[in-house]
Design a binder for this molecule. Structure first.
Ligand SMILES: O=P(O)(O)OC[C@H]1O[C@H](OP(=O)(O)OP(=O)(O)O)[C@H](O)[C@@H]1O
Ligand SMILES: NC(=O)CC[C@H](N)C(=O)O
Ligand code: SF4
Ligand SMILES: [Mg+2]
Length: 474
């Protein structure tokens, strides 16, 4: 398996546009803005009203698209995807959008999230004759649509979506239009916008900013939007259930310039840092530093609240990118060194507060503490802008198995010892909820906090196996 040296892997980005003559080119820009959500594969499916054409491949957006393949992708409707695998492994057959041709019509689908009952549905579908082209969980939806006995395409899609459990932000495109759907808990982000007369949808609003589109609203949990040349129709396939927006989008995944439910990610992270400073009792230090890029916002907030000056104590090598090597623990450790370096003049002889957004296996924190101490820091106080991550995620994020999550078996004091920090403080769960400005008592604003609390917002099927665990089993 090819892999990246990363502690926490992201979870796909989707982009769609209907009603613009440069649909494929704008999708390409949209995917650039969403590149941080998935680096394993990228694709665009475009339609001119006559046919659907796909351009896709493994790797980064810039590796997959070029003047020649984008130049031939003409049309006024397109859906696009940047992938990080959560189900079914890598390989070109799983790169999205997935395109299906049949005598009754051609469609393509793009998915952010992970279906927890995909294996269950797949067994059922295979028993009744379905043959799957990919090993992706996403393909299940298309077979459900094809098998539906409901009259009309929209009714078939609605019935199929209502059978799914787990996380999904889906885009479906046909020659006639684009459908947009979000799971009943709204686990993954999805926004609707406008660019002139065209409608656009994207996992994150930063994609709208890049193409100059205007944000209209979030796609609601349980909602199905049908966008055609005639305009937009608002429908739903289920009622919204308890809202459970992924808390880790605010902590780590989303880009700081994106807004989710009109809450800016940078501002939320800053509040996490401020809250963390309030929860840290009696730390005396000379400088605060963040781990670029993801914890900079939280570190700024921490510095502001504590009055300890913010400094550039660590710099990131921007060119490390993907490393095509086995993601063994040993290589992950070396990877942290390739990615980050201490600024000796800043940390030498100083008591340093090091702010990071999360601890998964503990590799990053341990390496950075060591690096800062080698660079002459006299004390290193590690503060983390999320609670201890004790449980795996089944909704589209590779947060490892429970055994690999350091906080699942170790206490805070044991983790502190393992990473070699002088003190270690995690943000409290209540502090995180407060910082995101999403009140739990409001049913429409709740968060998923399952990786911290173990309280999963959906049923978890016994055969929901994390992808990398499956690969290890083979
Ligand atoms: O405890 P660990 O297993 O090391 O994982 C935790 C780290 O993983 C993430 O960073 P990552 O290195 O994935 O990428 P980033 O550069 O986007 O922060 C996160 O920001 C933490 O720094
Ligand atoms: N990370 C994601 O959202 C991935 C989407 C889909 N489950 C896949 O495996 O490709
Ligand atoms: S379990 Fe954690 S990472 Fe997964 S959706 Fe919930 S909050 Fe997000
Ligand atoms: Mg990091």
């Amino acid at each position: 398996m090819l892999g990246e040296i990363r502690g926490l892997n992201e979870e796909c980005g989707v982009f769609g546009i209907w009603g613009h003559p440069d649909a494929a080119q704008l999708s390409y820009y949209g995917l650039h803005a969403l590149q941080h959500r998935g680096q394993e594969g990228a694709g665009i499916v475009v339609t001119d009203g006559q046919a659907l054409r796909a351009v896709k491949g493994e790797g980064l957006v810039n590796d997959v698209f070029n003047e020649s393949n984008l130049g031939t992708a003409k049309g006024y409707g397109a859906i696009a995807h940047a992938r990080y695998t959560t189900a079914g492994g890598g390989g070109i057959e799983n790169v999205q959008p997935l395109l299906f041709r049949s005598s009754t019509g051609t469609l393509a689908i793009a998915h952010n999230g992970n279906l927890v009952n995909a294996n269950h549905l797949k067994q059922h579908l295979e028993r009744s004759g379905s043959i799957f082209q990919s090993t992706s969980d996403t393909e299940v939806v298309v077979h459900l649509i094809k098998k539906s006995k409901k009259p009309g395409f929209r009714a078939q899609v609605k019935e199929s979506l209502s059978l799914l459990k787990g996380a999904f932000s889906f885009l479906i495109i046909t020659k006639e239009g684009m459908m947009v759907a979000r799971d009943r808990n709204g686990l993954r982000p999805l926004s609707l916008g406008r660019l002139g007369d065209a409608y656009v949808v994207a996992s994150e609003t930063c994609a709208f900013d890049l193409i100059g589109a205007e944000f209209i609203r979030e796609v609601e949990p349980g909602e199905l939007l049908v966008i055609t040349d005639g305009g937009i129709e608002e429908d739903r396939f289920v009622e919204m259930e308890k809202r459970a927006m992924c808390a880790m989008e605010y902590v780590y995944f989303a880009r700081p310039d994106s807004n989710i439910d009109e809450i800016n990610i940078h501002a939320a992270r800053k509040r996490m840092g401020k809250q963390l400073a309030k929860e840290c009792f009696g730390i005396e230090a000379d400088v605060v530093t963040g781990v670029p890029d993801s914890s900079i916002s939280a570190a700024i907030g921490f510095a502001e609240e504590s009055g300890i000056p913010y400094e550039l104590g660590l710099i990131k090598n921007r060119y490390t990118g993907r490393t095509f090597i086995q993601p063994t623990q040993e290589l992950r450790e070396r990877g942290v060194k390739m990615k980050l370096s201490p600024v000796v003049q800043v940390v030498k002889g100083k008591r340093v507060v090091m702010v990071d957004d999360s601890i998964v296996r503990g590799t990053t924190s341990r390496r950075i503490v060591n690096m800062l101490k080698e660079a002459g820091a006299t004390e290193v106080h590690v503060v983390i802008s999320s609670p201890p991550m004790k449980n795996p995620c089944f909704y589209g994020i590779d947060t490892s198995t429970s055994e690999e999550l350091i906080a699942s078996s170790k206490s805070v004091e044991e983790i502190r010892e393992a990473i070699g920090a002088d003190t270690l403080t995690f943000l409290s769960a209540d502090g995180l909820v407060e910082a995101t400005a999403r009140a739990f008592d409001d049913e429409t604003r709740g968060l998923c906090m399952a990786c911290f609390t173990g309280d999963y917002p959906t049923e978890i099927f016994p055969d929901t196996v994390l992808p990398h665990v499956k690969e290890l089993q083979h």
